[in-house]
Design a binder for this molecule. Structure first.
Ligand SMILES: Nc1ncnc2c1ncn2[C@@H]1O[C@H](COP(=O)(O)OP(=O)(O)OP(=O)(O)O)[C@@H](O)[C@H]1O
Length: 468
């Protein structure tokens, strides 16, 4: 009997406490006072709930929801595992007793309050793999009323499991604060669906950004440029941009770019010049270091190409196309170590459009037309692992799946959005130092001159390396 009472108190502490209070008031003051107290409480609750909905949701409903969900996951974990086939039964040879073994659940906590993400560490049983756990993700989500469940391997038999109860990527994300000393291997450009920042590596990689027209490639590019702002202004990073659409996309940020090419011809010349810089750097660095440290004398060179296909697949002049492909291949295959990074945006991921796809270590896939394109961009198995780019609604530009370095599973993220005013302010605040090597006047969409000199020939004294 006493065990049953303890169990009831343990299971329903709020109800038991409330009942005891009601009983105490009734015994001490009688039924009239109890009625008055109940009416006052009901009125206060109704006034707060209807009159102050935000306060109610933040201070009352939210904490109650989090408390109940956490408790129900903890309590129903074993039963749910049994139901989805993650538990095993072992029978003792000696006594014949049956024991249920369930994957261990630990560190159960709310990792993001705004994003409503309940996270835990799960250790699978001997004979199981993290893939077995991931295979039950949908059932684990519906069992606890979550929108989705993400399973991320942290070891051969452990995984971080996250229950997502709301879509934290539903709203437009305002431009993020700019860090005074940007970290070139973790630039904040948006938010991940668990509410944590989405940070992009730039140094030592190449970035491919793919999405149909209107998918929000611009949001990713401008967020990246914003995060780079202080390094662009100080000259530690130079952005050489090619806008295949005649400057329509990138021209508003003209002061940020050391060079901006707006035609196929000048775009190809710019790529070739970047390849020349790369070759010179590589020859100089050969045998001394394998890692480029950006300095003002030798900055990280970001070759930004918006609509890559306009330089490759759609150029009618075959010679020009071959030159573009040759320069791109050189940058993509050899550019990372000497600090020449390619960031390319593209609408159509088909192989004939970009044969270089596999040379981009970081791939970002926004909304795509067909499900077959998901694996084309993010790699084999990405769609099965949860990258549903073809299901991103048109009403959610900027929502993206990305393979974060070191993670097997694609992560759903959303880039911040910069409107025209933000871009104009960005261009003024973080304008690149004027480059005496170019005849570019910096007014609008001037193309890069046909011949650019090597950056290291013409620059001011070296400053310290950037934080990386
Ligand atoms: N991160 C974002 N958050 C919210 N809205 C966005 C975001 N990025 C873009 N948008 C909206 O979507 C529209 C299209 O975005 P954008 O021009 O960046 O698409 P795109 O993929 O570059 O298309 P295209 O290839 O045709 O240039 C923008 O005008 C803007 O209204």
């Amino acid at each position: 009997m006493s065990v049953t009472i303890v169990q009831v108190v343990w299971r329903y502490p709020g109800t038991v406490f409330g009942g005891l209070v009601v009983l105490a008031v009734y015994r001490s003051y009688g039924s009239t006072v109890l009625l008055v107290v109940v009416v006052v409480i009901v009125v206060v609750v109704l006034v707060v709930r209807l009159g102050y909905p935000e306060f109610w949701s933040v201070r009352v409903a939210g904490p109650r929801f989090r408390y109940c969900k956490r408790r129900s996951v903890r309590r129903q974990w074993r039963g749910t595992c049994e139901a989805v086939g993650l538990s095993t039964v072992r029978v003792s040879h000696r006594t014949g007793a049956r024991t249920f073994w369930t994957p261990g659940l630990s560190q159960l906590r709310w990792s993001s309050r705004t994003g409503m993400v309940l996270a835990a560490r799960v250790r699978v049983l001997a004979g199981q793999t993290v893939d077995d756990l991931a295979g039950c993700a949908e059932t684990l989500a519906s069992a606890f009323g979550a929108r989705s469940v993400r399973v991320r391997a942290t070891g051969p038999n452990t995984a971080d499991v996250s229950w997502l109860f709301t879509d934290s990527l539903a709203g437009v994300l305002a431009p993020l604060p700019v860090e005074a000393v940007p970290n070139l291997v973790a630039l904040p450009v948006g938010v991940q669906e668990d509410g944590t920042p989405w940070r992009l590596r730039l140094a030592g990689t190449h970035l491919l950004i793919v999405g149909v027209t209107g998918a929000g490639k611009g949001g990713v590019i401008w967020s990246l440029l914003r995060a780079l702002g202080p390094t662009i202004r100080s000259g530690l990073v130079q952005v050489w941009a090619v806008d295949g659409k005649g400057g329509m996309e990138l021209a508003p940020g003209r002061p940020l770019f050391t060079h901006l090419a707006t035609t196929a011809e000048t775009g190809v010349e710019l790529l070739e010049e970047a390849a020349t810089v790369l070759a010179a750097r590589a020859a100089r660095l050969a045998g001394t270091t394998r890692k480029h440290e950006p300095t003002v004398a030798e900055p990280l060179l970001v070759v930004l190409v918006d609509e890559l296909a306009l330089l490759t697949a759609y150029v009618p002049d075959r010679k020009l196309r071959d030159r573009a492909e040759k320069a791109l291949a050189m940058i993509a295959t050899q550019g990372r170590a000497p600090g020449v990074v390619l960031v390319a945006a593209l609408q159509d991921p088909r192989k004939e459009v970009v044969g270089l796809r596999n040379l981009f270590p970081t791939k970002i896939a926004l909304r795509l037309d067909e499900k077959a394109q998901v694996d084309m961009v993010l790699g084999d198995g990405a769609r099965d692992a949860g990258a549903l780019c073809h299901q991103i609604p048109e009403t959610s530009p900027g929502v993206t799946y990305v393979k974060v370095d070191g993670q097997r599973e694609p992560v759903r993220v959303r880039s911040a959005y910069l409107d025209d005013d933000h871009i104009a302010a960005l261009a003024i605040e973080y304008a690149a130092p004027s480059d005496p090597t170019t005849s570019d006047t910096g007014s609008g969409t001037n193309d890069a001159p046909a011949t650019l000199h090597l950056v290291e020939d013409e620059v001011s004294p070296q400053t310290g390396p950037v934080a990386a």
